[in-house]
Design a binder for this molecule. Structure first.
Ligand SMILES: Cc1cc2nc3c(=O)[nH]c(=O)nc-3n(C[C@H](O)[C@H](O)[C@H](O)COP(=O)(O)O)c2cc1C
Ligand SMILES: CCCCC(=O)C(=O)O
Length: 377
């Protein structure tokens, strides 16, 4: 292959370059990976209803993330440990997003310190948060994110425990040296010594020694609506986005608790296997919130036409997870830029061929459902 021409090409190129354990960590979903597969297939059950003869000589994809302008409504979802894909890791992803002027969500489990990721540009940076029982640790991360210029906090709510990803279990996955979870000091331990001893985990202290499984064991599994959102509101004035909502019931609770946005997401099929594809959950969430907060979606977006479909179903914008990692693994910053450019070009072409000249013109009437799911060629 001389030149990757679509997102799937980047997947193949990255796979050929990455060590097996890193590839497996990025690629895998939970258990039988039904949701992972359905995330992509569900887009194929929607068909576009194109309008013609509408002067599509100028296509405008300008959009915004929480009011901050963006060249198009495609952002980067938070994914942990990007230095395994390329030594420039999160820095490279950030540079690409800055060039592209969109939005990057940085994972708590970044392999680059959060302060070194934000670029002085018009791009938006949001910080993804996992909350710990040791709340001062979380409060400290939030204050650092505020100082560094992050414009929103994205609380991931679908991960009270980490889903079981079989390839990681088989590989006994561990973040390889020299990489470390750079937002935490080396000696930092989330559980106290007595908690660790009680959990039988006396020697699993250092963050850079942690496995995926032990990371999950440090999350606060006691989080509830009534406790954690007010706590967040008390420690920060940044907008709060909840990532991992899949039902109208929880969407309404997000509205009730004054959240600023939702990302409809099943964590790229990595958490509870057999939940709905995120694009299938999107309509009920959009209908429930009735415009009272911004609704974004991630999961399975591999084409500009997928972005178009998500917007037609009411998403304000979309986030991509693995495609950015594939671009990064293939060719660092340039690879991520190419991935964003291809998706942007494909979105523009879809809009032109569907007769939509601006993002605002993309609406539910642009789609219909099809029972026929074409086989992937
Ligand atoms: C390797 C990997 C690591 C991830 N790490 C995080 C994370 O640290 N925090 C988080 O909220 N979501 C994380 N996610 C989920 C993504 O933010 C996103 O929901 C998902 O990847 C979207 O699906 P896609 O990969 O099909 O685009 C991760 C996903 C992948 C693939
Ligand atoms: C504790 C979870 C680690 C990062 C993550 O969210 C993922 O691998 O999906």
């Amino acid at each position: 292959m001389t030149q990757p021409a679509c997102i799937d090409d980047f997947e193949h190129l990255a796979k050929a370059r990455l060590p097996k354990a890193a590839w497996d960590y990025y690629a895998s979903g939970a258990n039988d990976m039904e949701t992972l597969q359905d995330n992509c297939e569900a887009f194929r059950r929607y068909r576009v209803r194109p309008r013609v003869l509408r002067d599509v000589s100028r296509i405008d994809t300008a959009s915004d993330f929480l009011g901050f302008p963006a060249s198009c409504p495609i952002g980067i979802a938070p994914s942990a440990m990007q230095c395994m894909a390329h030594p420039d890791g999160e820095r490279a992803t950030s540079q690409a997003v800055a060039q592209f002027q969109s939005c990057m969500i940085l994972s708590t489990y970044s392999t680059t310190p959060l302060e070194e990721v934000v670029k002085p540009t018009n791009a938006s940076y949001w910080f993804q948060l996992y909350l710990y029982q040791n709340r001062p640790v979380s409060a400290d991360l939030i204050r650092r994110a505020e100082r560094a210029g992050y414009r929103a906090l994205v609380l991931t709510v679908d991960t009270p425990q980490v889903g079981r990803r079989l390839p990681d279990a088989r590989n006994v996955f561990k973040l390889p040296k020299p990489w470390r979870l750079a937002n935490f000091p080396k000696e930092f331990q989330i559980l106290t010594a007595s908690e660790r001893a009680a959990a039988g985990r006396v020697n699993q202290g250092e963050m850079d020694e942690l496995t995926n499984e032990s990371l999950g064991n440090r999350s606060d599994t006691t989080l509830t609506w009534v406790e954690c959102i007010p706590w967040l509101r008390q420690v920060t004035s940044l907008p709060i986005i909840l990532k991992g909502i899949l039902t109208q019931e929880d969407a309404l609770l997000a509205v009730k608790h004054g959240c600023d946005g939702i990302i409809v997401s099943n964590h790229g099929g990595r958490q509870l296997d057999s939940v709905s594809a995120s694009i299938d959950a999107l309509p009920e969430v959009v209908a429930a919130v009735k415009g009272r907060l911004e609704v974004y979606v991630d999961g399975g977006i591999r084409r500009g036409s997928d972005v178009f479909k998500a917007l037609a179903l009411g998403a304000k914008g979309v986030f991509i997870g693995r495609p950015a990692l594939w671009g990064l693994g293939y060719n660092g910053q340039q690879g991520v830029e190419e991935v964003l450019k291809i998706l942007h070009d494909e979105l523009r072409l879809t809009m032109a061929l569907a007769g939509c000249r601006s993002i605002a013109e993309i609406n539910p009437g642009c789609l219909c459902k099809s029972k026929f799911v074409p086989a992937k060629l």
